[in-house]
Design a binder for this molecule. Structure first.
Ligand code: NI
Length: 428
């Protein structure tokens, strides 16, 4: 389908700052065909009027666990161990495959309605997430969660399952795949070495939780005599495209290792604060040239999957901690929520900016909202005054998945109904 987005204020790529400009955007089939100049022979099947609207590249949530969406607000104000083993784990034990599908559906609904068009998911039941992603029109990187010790049978069989799952959705070009060794405290060194070897053999990137809490660092030093970052380096995992979630409790030496291996870091400010883990050294990582992107983590620890809300936290907390209003600007937050996430997921040629030749992953926001008006600085608005509900229309891979606030590719009421039923059954 050819779509013309006519005379719209758009946030286009620029260096060092993104450029805000009124223009026309031409979409042909799955791609952005041109910006500003009409391509030869272009006949629009649909024209979207840009009046009173803002066009942004679809946001990229670089770390989440989508199936957990129905666990929103069930495990709050608890220590990490009580959170995990007292509340989340027992619910997970009672979960069925079908539950994971509806959980992922709820997560996708929330993300789409707040301007996210691509997410990086870590979980065990990826077939159901994949089904939800395929149907909803979203773009996703699905990371197969792995836990194991040495060459144990369970770890091996999870790896085997992972390949079967990857092969099952080869036909959908909106979905790519990574291996997700969960964390240094659920995968031992020998198992991590096996995962690294397997990933190299199969040319697959890695998505892993690293250096989230003080306890994790202490235990890693006790068990291996080094930090989680050093452990990941010596197992060979950093020789692969690597996206590290959290990196909260890291030092200068860790940051140098991350920079040396071009490891991308996903910061998840809400989850890190809510679980009492602290603040990732984002400005320090940026100063070392590390690619930092933004994630929400799962709805059991955030409890929202709204990246606009996360941008606000990201910019504000670092200004507060560093006593510096210049720290993590709105422009920097915008890049972290878009192109930096695309780079981290090896999708920077596909999405992350509004550019001709890239896939059409576009979000149209309503400017005629008190939170967006007057329209003095749209980039600042995203971090400092928007709340995500301004999202009006969403296009992913050239498909209109949401229009005028209504999601077209999913049955919203059914998702509410099913996820409520799930919690009635397994949540109490
Ligand atoms: Ni996580």
């Amino acid at each position: 389908m050819n779509i013309l987005i006519k005379d719209i204020l758009a946030i286009l790529p620029g260096e060092p700052d993104a450029e805000v400009k009124r223009t026309d955007v031409y979409v042909t089939d799955t791609e952005i065909a041109a910006i500003g100049t009409e391509p030869e022979g272009f006949v629009p099947d649909k024209t979207i009027d840009g009046d009173g609207r803002l066009l942004i590249p679809g946001l990229i949530n670089a770390h989440t666990h989508s199936y957990m969406a129905f666990m929103r607000n069930v495990a709050d104000d608890l220590s990490f161990m009580d959170w995990l083993f007292g509340r989340v784990d027992p619910i997970e034990q009672r979960m069925t495959d079908e539950d994971a599908y509806w959980g992922a559906g709820l997560a996708i609904l929330e993300m789409m309605k707040s301007g996210t068009t691509c997410f990086n998911d870590m979980q065990m039941n990826i077939m159901q997430t994949t089904r939800a992603v395929k149907e909803s029109g979203m773009r996703a990187v699905i990371s197969r969660g792995l836990v194991g010790s040495g060459n144990d049978e369970a770890g091996r069989s999870r790896l085997e399952q992972a390949y079967a799952e990857r092969d099952a959705f080869k036909d959908c070009d909106r979905i790519s795949f990574r291996l997700g060794p969960h964390a240094p405290y659920t995968c031992d060194e020998a198992f991590l070495r096996i995962v690294a070897e397997e990933a190299k053999k199969n040319n697959i990137g890695i998505h892993m939780h690293l250096s989230e809490s003080k306890t994790e660092i202490e235990n890693c030093r006790r068990d291996y005599g080094c930090s989680p970052i050093e452990l990941a380096e010596r197992t060979g995992l950093f020789e692969l495209p690597f996206i590290a979630a959290h990196c909260v409790q890291i030092d200068d030496k860790d940051m140098d290792i991350l920079a040396k291996h071009n490891v991308s870091v996903v910061t998840n400010p809400a989850s890190n604060m809510k679980l009492g883990n602290g603040f990732a050294p984002v400005p320090e990582m940026m100063a070392k040239g590390i690619n930092v992107c933004l994630g929400t983590d799962g709805a059991a620890s955030n409890n929202s999957l709204n990246l606009i809300h996360e941008m606000s936290l990201l910019t504000l907390i670092h200004k507060g901690i560093h006593l510096s209003p210049q720290c993590v600007s709105a422009q920097e937050a915008f890049k972290m929520a878009t192109i930096n996430g695309a780079k981290a997921l090896s999708l920077d040629k596909v999405c992350g900016t509004i550019e001709a030749g890239k896939k059409a992953d576009l979000v149209i926001m309503n400017l005629k909202r008190p939170s967006m008006w007057p329209n003095n600085n749209p980039v600042a608005a995203l971090s400092y005054s928007a709340n995500g509900t301004e999202t009006d229309t969403v296009i992913i891979n050239g498909q209109i998945t949401m229009e005028g606030g209504r999601v077209l590719t999913m049955d919203e009421e059914r998702i509410y109904y099913e996820t409520e039923k799930i919690m009635d059954r397994i949540g109490k």
